[in-house]
Design a protein around this ligand. Structure first.
Ligand code: CTP
Length: 393
């Protein structure tokens, strides 16, 4: 159930309904009278494909009890936007119109309440609002955001409603089992870029999508996640600490600094195996008659093997992107890098795609994770890692 209270961020609710429906949800909209000043029920009905409820006196339901019926099928109520006034009402248990009535009448044990504040920065920072939100959280609600930035009033600060895609991702994350709560997870992702001169370099076709999906899935599962990202153009998953690096040596140094305090290390990065021995200080020119340049390459450090060699290593998971003989190569890497789990996939076929198929290879055997979206596979892998962690302790 999506509840709108009054605020200019109501304009984002239309997009939010679409995002939620695209992600597979059924969305029942209810809105306050104040919200109707900012967006019409017609718009939200058209997008949600369900009648929108605006009044406690709406007689359409057979028993005339929309305030009860609305939440009986709902898995959660998301109030977006949640105005300062509406929050003040909620925490006092006031119920003088449909939306606050429905919140109060919801089955508290199986219908979560999530609120996405949207208000001017001074209103958000006011001790009354802060007190109200703290009490709401103590009563079991989950607060999403607010974001920070330009506000409709022209001021800049905390209080913006999160963007529709952020609210969608927050809601999806809310429903994931917290299998890695309290765990620290370190992930490497993407290619590395090894410079030749100031404009050229050696790299590879890794998109980073699998690693970003794993970072997201681990954060959804409640872990504290650090993502060491090579040069990729992907958005940082919510609640993930991202550190951008360029070269294999930079990624190695960052990984070894973070690994000792991590419980899990997942190495998805396609680390360049070699770098140019001496990087030219200025662009190498192609002047006529000049010989084609030759480069001496030196081997990059193996990050995964180095982390696995630490005195108290985190639980290490390696990836093997192969073009053939998947399991044999994965098994060889399991041995050579001395890690408990290698995830094998066909490299060239998966680069840049949103789906993949994985084979988990460990000392006991193999397990297939059939083709699915990378985020789905990432959640399965996170569950697998959590199960192995709990067997270890
Ligand atoms: N890896 C790493 N550091 C490197 C090379 C690889 O951490 N310098 C990690 C990758 O992130 C991956 C695993 O090791 O988790 C296997 O990477 P891959 O490139 O398939 O293996 P290599 O050891 O480089 O072997 P090859 O390229 O010969 O297949």
């Amino acid at each position: 159930m999506l509840g709108l209270s009054g605020g200019i961020a109501c304009y984002k609710a239309a997009e939010l309904v679409r995002e939620l429906i695209k992600a597979g949800a059924t969305v029942q909209v209810a809105m306050t009278e104040a919200a109707e000043h900012f967006i019409t029920a017609v718009t939200l009905q058209a997008l949600s494909n369900r009648p929108v409820f605006t009044s406690q006196w709406d007689a359409r339901d057979h028993n005339n009890m929309a305030h009860i019926n609305l939440t009986r099928e709902a898995d959660a109520i998301l109030i977006a936007p949640a105005s300062a006034d509406f929050i003040a009402k909620l925490l006092h248990g006031r119920a003088d119109e449909l939306l606050s009535l429905a919140c109060l009448a919801r089955p508290i044990d199986r219908c979560a309440l999530l609120v996405a504040p949207a208000m001017n920065r001074e209103m958000w920072a006011h001790p009354a609002t802060q007190r109200n939100f703290a009490q709401l959280v103590a009563d079991g609600a989950t607060v999403l955001g607010p974001g920070n930035g330009d506000q409709a009033c022209g001021e800049i600060g905390d209080g913006r409603m999160l963007e529709p895609h952020e609210l969608r991702d927050e809601l999806i994350a809310f429903f994931q089992p917290k299998l890695l709560a309290g765990k620290r997870v370190l992930v490497t992702a993407g290619p590395t870029f090894e410079p030749i001169d100031p404009v050229r370099g050696l790299t590879n076709r890794s998109s980073g999508k699998m690693g970003f999906a794993i970072a997201r899935a681990a954060a959804e599962a409640g872990a504290d996640v650090t993502l060491l990202a090579g040069p990729v153009a992907l958005a940082t998953p919510r609640h993930v600490r991202r550190v951008d690096v360029t070269t294999a040596v930079e990624m190695h140094d960052a990984a070894l600094a973070a690994a000792p305090s991590s419980d899990v290390f997942v190495a998805t990065a396609a680390v360049a195996d070699w770098r140019v021995a001496s990087v030219a200080g200025s662009k190498i020119k192609k002047a006529e008659g000049r010989v084609v340049p030759a480069f001496e390459l030196v081997e990059n450090p193996d990050i995964l093997a180095a982390v696995a060699r630490l005195p108290k290593p985190p639980f290490c998971v390696g990836f093997a992107a192969e073009s053939e003989n998947l399991v044999a190569h994965a098994r060889e890497k399991l041995q050579r890098k001395q890690v408990p789990l290698i995830v094998a996939n066909l490299g060239p076929a998966t680069f840049g795609r949103d789906d993949n198929a994985l084979t988990l290879v460990d000392a006991d055997g193999e397990r297939e994770l059939p083709r699915a979206e990378k985020i789905v596979l990432a959640r399965q892998l996170v569950a697998e890692i959590a199960a192995r962690l709990s067997r270890r302790t």
